[in-house]
Design a protein around this ligand. Sequence first.
Ligand code: ASP
Length: 478
Amino acid sequence: MGIKVAKFGGSSLASGEQIAKAVAIITADPDRRYVVASAPGKRSADDIKVTDLLYQLWENRNGSYQPILAAIKQRFADIEAELGVEIGLDAHLAHIEDHLTSGVGPEYYASRGEYLNSMLLAAHLGWKFVDSANVVRFTAAGPLDADQTEARLVEALAKYDRAVIPGFYGATEDGVVKTFSRGGSDVTGALVARAARAEVYENWTDVSGILVADPRIVKSPPSIERVTYVALRELTYLGATVLHEDAITPVRERGIPINIRNTNEPTHSGTWIEATPPVEKDGPAILGVAGKPGYTAVTIHKAQWAGTFGIATVLLRLFADARVAVDLALTGVDTWTIVVPSATLAPALDSILASIRELFAPDTLDVRADLTLMGIVESGSAPRGWVTARLADALVTADIPTHAIAFTGDLHVLAIDTSQYQKAVRAIYSALAETRVVVMKGKPPTPSATLPFGATKRRAESTASRRSQRGQAPLSHP
Ligand code: ASP
């Protein structure tokens, strides 16, 4: 059989009890041969992640760091006792403390959570511990050296049939420890899966897959069963917090599917992320809805502007030169709207506006801040245009003005006032995610042929056919 790489997140390894669940999952399938571990996360809502404690330790290195070090030690001592293993914790912590005044940067400290937790897990499983400092290579300037990392991982994995590898960090050729950005154990998991030529990269967390919408806004949203790498990237970029965004490319390039699973509900199949999942013909019309606040729209209008060559090049270059990423650019007749992150725009705004005035002499130039960019990904189950119509209808019905809207591929992007975001998610969710599309045989598809989400296929079909036999239009979603 193939190899499965299983990455466990901080909440899955937060305590001895959680680690026991992870161990049960690992040992239930002999194909799970490589495990990537995070540092212990929160055990309860008001707990502190070990990684956060480690950053605090470094920040307080010249002052009263002792209580922080004691708290870190206690977390690992508890796990050690609960698992009944012995990894020489005192010596490891003394080593960390010794480094505090040696000028070593924060990344070394931050990495120790993954390092120690992986050692504990490896000891408990009786597996080999492979230190990521030896296999995940960073360049001195910072970014990952993907080729070196691949070569080193392939070599190490060939040596060991089973191993535990700490997530989140690696080292430069000179042995300086570097970390990915927060949540980076996902990236390590993807790199290991790629090097192992895994049949699947399992990412074990505390939710049963990627949820269709934010559960803090809509009640008990279901998880997405299947999604493409592309659609996932769109949702992640526009605010869905699921996987580290750099975790997709390494596995995507090799066509390795990612399966997001729940350590606390291991029988749930979670979400599968792959190149081309089959379209569920009668599934919900959208896969997910997400949003990211902190955007500003710059709108420029000039009479008789359309038809002039090169406006896009000149206009977009102003933003590029100021290192401001353009996340949405729309052009109508004589009008352009550019939507960009407010934080990066702020220092460059005055000079960009001055350049626009000088270069184009616009009739009007408007700046609208406090916007949220929303992403709505279509599932492909609805006829083309169905979601667009329904989306516009839902927003108008909920009295939510949109300042810009675009649709390309399977993604709708819209800019709304941030104050309207929660209302918009609820409206879109109830109009598009809580409904299934039913296209009746022999009849043109109708946008109102829907049933509440969760209604079975049979019920959907029989309701539709009963109605069509009676010559009635199908029910709209309530
Ligand atoms: N422990 C690190 C963090 O809290 C990395 C990770 O868990 O993926 O960000």
